[in-house]
Ligand binder design. Sequence first.
Ligand SMILES: Cc1cc2nc3c(=O)[nH]c(=O)nc-3n(C[C@H](O)[C@H](O)[C@H](O)COP(=O)(O)OP(=O)(O)OC[C@H]3O[C@@H](n4cnc5c(N)ncnc54)[C@H](O)[C@@H]3O)c2cc1C
Length: 387
Amino acid sequence: MDFAVPSELSALRASFATFLDREVRPLQERWSTEDGTEPALREMVDEVRRLSAAAGFYAPYLPEAVGGQDLSVLGTTLLVEDAAATGMRLAMTAVAPPNPAGPSTLLLKLPEHLWSEYLIPVANAERTMCFALTEPEAGSDAQAIRTRAVRDGDSWVINGHKHYITNGADADFALVFALTDPEKRAAGGITAFVVPRDQYRVGKTQYNISDSHPAELFFDDARVPADHVVGTEGMGFLEAMAFLNAGRAYIGAQSLGLAEFALNSAVAHVQARTAFGKPLAKFQGVSFPLARSKADIEAIRWLVYHLAWRVDTEGDPLAIMGDASIVKYSATEHAYEVADRAVQAMGGMGLMREGPVERILRHLRMLRVVEGASEVQLLVIARTLGL
Ligand SMILES: Cc1cc2nc3c(=O)[nH]c(=O)nc-3n(C[C@H](O)[C@H](O)[C@H](O)COP(=O)(O)OP(=O)(O)OC[C@H]3O[C@@H](n4cnc5c(N)ncnc54)[C@H](O)[C@@H]3O)c2cc1C
């Protein structure tokens, strides 16, 4: 076993750290001190994406031919961790892991003549997309979707209602999952389509505990050409699950980075602040919870790196399903506890919007539900035990 991070990835991390400091930090500081509004933030997110794409950090896991760097899952995982560990909200948009809002690797399954319209502009941060699977009646049980696609000559006609779709209001197109054979459902009856923005209606924005606000999408006789099927007709559900599984290392890495930032913030705070005549750090009631957080963070770290290494070396999303669920479950649950301890150690400042950790706690609370809630991961883990 070799637990060392390869030297070329250490060099990449160093240049990414320089990029974040030089290009992203000034924008983040400008936003925090001068403006602080959502529209201003959105403009800055676009700018960070563009700068990052130009520097080669935005979608580095994609093939070079479409604007990526052919970077390994481990390499991308380290960048996602490092971005989150800065504690800067904008930094988390500098690298777009292939999660639901990022440039999906599923787009590589489109016919090549459509890459210049959908895949390449997304890889270069010129356009954005969304991943539309969840519906009001189908969340954890995603194969229960009702959105229907029916073939009509050279087109598919799509009808249905999606909700909680990240980047739904801003995306230039949607990757939509629809029933093409209601009898078969997950076993060959769900197909993925790319649907341009002019073919669907965006409903209400869904404000929630996190700073990422998804939206409802309505498909009323949306029409796409037959070649807009992503991958194989009928195999959309399995492709979505394989994609989400392969991406678990990234959600783990984001949790890890956020937990690191929360712990570092709390450590600095309890060293600087005094109560009852000495620094808070000198009370074991304060230092032991933070020591526990350090132990949790190291456990998350090695679970996440190990999963990334397995995806890189084995490549079969089904083979790594148990490990992927362990990472999603453990990383998000334990990172949330780390953030909660950081809030407690920082007292009132832990709860303040102006403080460093309250956003982290809210974001991690959201990560315990999205992309398969903790209980759904436990179902998968139980299955690996034959239960
Ligand atoms: C901020 C945000 C962004 C999102 N972005 C996207 C996106 O971009 N694209 C997309 O398609 N979806 C997205 N989602 C949807 C998200 O993936 C779902 O909310 C999630 O899968 C849970 O589904 P649900 O909300 O319907 O909860 P439900 O499925 O109703 O579950 C409710 C509770 O019951 C538990 N539960 C369900 N089944 C079982 C079981 N068998 N055993 C034990 N417990 C169970 C769940 O774990 C959960 O705790 C987003 C959601 C949010 C909140």
